[in-house]
Design a protein around this ligand. Structure first.
Ligand code: NDP
Ligand code: GDR
Length: 351
């Protein structure tokens, strides 16, 4: 890169990945800027530990109010920050919610990506800044082939995935049309103790903690048969950074290469607090029962089923391994253990 400054701009910095990526880039000596949305309540809990008063000399972590639906504001922030790397992690990222807010999801996830790319062109940042797009395994949707890799055809199954499909292709198009250093990371599911509370893994680990501490009786879930390739967010943000360090922009799958059902993640998580589950019944009548006490701990609520589901995701990260030297380091049992322990500790500290 001609510009040797290390200045990163992260959209979605208040989210799970944004917080881990900010930590990683600060460790690497970057000046890190993030875009946060205005909220009526505090929404910076995941990054508060990184924040220092901006009046302190040398402050290297700075937040700007903004929104992916507001082009003028994005242009102003890019103009002020003059980033050398832009990580577009901001999104309405919940698949089920995208069926309820499809237009907003398209505006932020699809058009938001376009707005950032156009801002780069308007400001003449094509040569000085690199662009990372948070693409997703949801693009594969209805299963066409497994394991899924960079050549597997896309078949989105939700308004979220359809919006991200536009994001993916507009990044490819701007790379080819204008020579932008713009890359897609097609990331399979990744989780952590900072995972949003309504995604299935965190919903499970929080419930396990609450049941263990006698604060909840039942965990209600949707499709227990869905299979996901789950990794740890810490590993995946390392992959994002590596993608932008390549001389040539390209698209990469980041995945663990292993897939498990939602039911299996329940087994792992309950196992962490000494509860072994016995699964009885089928479909909407399936129940996860504590083997020792007979208590019915997990039940199915069809309200959590999606109008169209992604049944099976399993990624092939061979290209990322070969080109980026990236592979995951944290396995699913370790991830579940960390999440359950964090949720038990959080509930205990809240009294
Ligand atoms: P989160 O839901 O935890 O974070 C999303 C972030 O985007 C939050 O900071 C949120 O702000 C922000 N945001 C939402 N809407 C807007 C908007 N209109 N303008 C600006 N910011 C907005 O997601 P993750 O950290 O898990 O994921 C990061 C990205 O990676 C997302 O784009 C997601 O779609 C994608 N992805 C995630 C995967 C995963 O398994 N985690 C896998 C593949 C892709 P606020 O805090 O105010 O809500
Ligand atoms: P996903 O994650 O849709 O894969 O998107 P989520 O954890 O929401 O669902 C995973 C699977 O679990 C099934 N499921 C439930 N899901 C939720 N949220 N709540 C439940 O009660 C429940 N019961 C069963 C779902 O049907 C699904 O099959 C995540 C997001 O981070 C996206 O932004 C990202 O692009 C993809 O991962 C890769």
């Amino acid at each position: 890169m001609s510009d040797r400054r290390k200045v990163a701009l992260i959209t979605g910095i208040t989210g799970q990945d944004g917080s881990y990526l900010a930590e990683l880039l600060l460790e690497k000596g970057y000046e890190v800027h993030g875009i946060k949305r205005r909220s009526s309540s505090f929404n910076t809990g995941r990054v508060d530990h990184l924040y220092h008063d901006r009046h302190v000399p040398g402050a290297s972590f700075l937040l700007h109010h903004g929104d992916l639906t507001d082009a003028t504001n994005l242009i102003r922030i890019l103009s002020q920050v003059q980033p050398t790397e832009i990580y577009n992690l901001g999104a309405q990222s919940h698949v089920a919610v995208s069926f309820e807010t499809p237009e907003y999801t398209a505006n932020s996830d699809a058009l938001g990506t376009l707005r950032l790319l156009e801002a780069m062109r308007i400001l003449g940042l094509e040569k000085s800044a690199r662009f990372y797009q948070a693409s997703t395994s949801e693009l594969y949707g209805k299963v066409q082939a497994v394991p899924q890799d960079e050549m597997t055809p896309f078949y989105p199954r939700s308004p979220y995935a359809a919006a991200k499909l536009y994001g993916y292709w507009i990044v490819v198009n701007y790379r080819e049309a204008y020579g932008l250093h713009a890359s897609n990371g097609v990331l399979f599911n990744h989780e952590s103790p900072r995972r949003g509370e309504t995604f299935v893994t965190r919903k499970i680990t929080r419930a396990v903690a609450a049941i263990h501490l006698g604060q909840q009786d039942t965990l209600w879930l949707g499709n227990l048969d869905a299979r996901r390739d789950w990794g740890h967010a810490k590993d995946f943000v390392e992959g994002m950074w590596r993608i932008l360090q390549q001389d040539t922009p390209d698209d990469y799958v980041l995945a663990t290469g292993e897939t498990y059902t939602v039911r299996h993640f329940c087994d792992l998580s309950f196992g962490e607090v000494g509860i072994a589950l016995d699964w009885r019944g089928a479909g909407v009548n399936e129940i996860g029962v504590c083997k020792k006490t007979g208590r019915e701990l997990v039940r199915v609520d069809p309200a959590y089923f999606r109008p169209t589901e992604v049944d099976l995701l399993i990624g092939n990260p061979a290209k990322a391994k070969r080109v980026l030297g990236w592979s995951h380091t944290i396995k699913l049992p370790e991830l579940a253990a960390e999440m359950v322990a964090a949720d038990v500790a959080a509930l205990k500290s809240n009294g």
